[in-house]
Design a protein around this ligand. Structure first.
Ligand code: S3P
Length: 174
């Protein structure tokens, strides 16, 4: 089974994918990491030197060209499902799961000091503007995320998601 985790920045896609990978023994992949490896540039450098549109093209090309294994857990960049019919494409490639984190949950993680490091979309957004920024972008993106086959709801950042993850493992039959 090839699983794609989708959702907003800060919803914990990478950590969750690594956890699922450890639990199931399936390989872990990360679209941002694959783009960095293919291009030889950091996400920040791609945005700065080539612009966001070029990064979006790389994301769309990656999911169409990369030889994904038959079984694996893939963490996807937060904007990947939201352009070029990518969500429909992911739904054809494998089983998608939306990590549906509330704006409060996202704020908790995205206002941490290192959160903007690989996230150029957060650059220049100060703490006071962050909540509104998250809400606006999430409203635009939610219709895409909601096309995922499964959903894991995350509302309390202090609650360990272990129980919900175990539930997901059961739902997915892993
Ligand atoms: C982005 C999310 C990032 C990364 C890039 C753009 C986005 O990935 O792909 O900074 O548009 O939401 P994460 O969702 O892993 O933070």
């Amino acid at each position: 089974m090839l699983i794609f985790l989708v959702g907003f920045m800060g919803s914990g896609k990478t950590e969750t994918a690594q956890w699922l990978s450890k639990k199931t023994g399936l390989p872990f992949l990360d679209t941002d990491g694959l783009i960095v490896r293919r291009s030889g540039l950091s996400i920040r450098d791609i945005f700065e030197q080539q612009g966001e549109a070029a990064f979006r093209r790389m994301e769309s090309e990656l999911i169409r060209q990369y030889p994904f294994p038959q079984h694996g857990i893939v963490s996807t960049g937060g904007g990947l499902p939201c352009h070029d019919e990518n969500m429909a494409y992911l739904n054809k490639l494998g089983t998608t799961v939306y990590l549906d984190a509330s704006p409060e949950y996202l704020f908790f993680y995205l206002h941490q000091p290192n959160a903007a490091a690989k996230r150029p979309l957060l650059s220049g957004v100060d703490s006071s503007g962050l909540k509104a920024h998250i809400q606006k972008l999430l409203d635009e993106r939610r219709p895409f995320y909601e096309q995922a086959a499964h959903r894991l709801t995350l509302s309390n950042p202090k609650e360990k998601p272990d129980a919900r993850l175990s539930e997901l493992v059961k739902t997915l039959g892993l």
